[in-house]
Design a binder for this molecule. Sequence first.
Ligand SMILES: [Mg+2]
Length: 258
Amino acid sequence: MHHQKLILFDFDGVIVNGIEEYWFSSKFACEKYLLNNSKNLNIDKYIEVPKIFVEIRPWVKYGWEMVLITHEILKTYKPLNNLTKNSFLENYEENCSKLLLEYSWNSSELQKCLDDARVFQIRNDLKKWISLHRPFNEVVSFIKSVKEKGYKVGIISTKGKTFTSKILSNLDIFPELIFGYESGSKIDIISNLAQNYVITGFVEDRRKTLSNVLENNQTKFINCYLAEWGYLKSKDKIDLPQGIKLLKIKNLEDIVAN
Ligand SMILES: [Mg+2]
């Protein structure tokens, strides 16, 4: 046991707003890497990130879902649009699984397409790719300040670890621990960490992930913070269980207050 204090942060929606990067990388993945099924796409339909993509973001858990959703928004026949959005979201996970079956895709294939799209952009123009991520400056400063106070910092992302590390070092943040999707589920990562560190808090913008932390015997003592500035569904803020606090960006210091 290190008995060292550790603060954990989710990445996208907590440290950076990566919506633009997700859209352009997913679109690129559809165009260049999704062979056979990308013929009927209206790739140039949107110059900017479409509103529907932003609206669906709070339901998304993994990067590969972004590629699937982008494909659905861009397809020429029966695209995902304002008329079909609500019914799609009502059974979000089932609908994603159905689409995978329909196209004979699997999630790791789609994730690979997204990762390849990122590798291509990083090789081609790293600065431009980095610029598609908008940092939440208050969070960046907070992470630097807690490190100075002697806290260890861990970042748990559902992006690949190398991509996360590149963006973090560009923000001048060097956490002791970085986990990407390769490291397994967030709950498993946190359970393992809880055996070796005193976890002071976990900041995340996905309510379900925080609920999982509270329901797990090894992690239920961790102070969970729902990042109000992240990608939240409107009902996420309502009736939060004891143990999950809604955190405003101006109140980040609350995490280290006691
Ligand atoms: Mg997030």
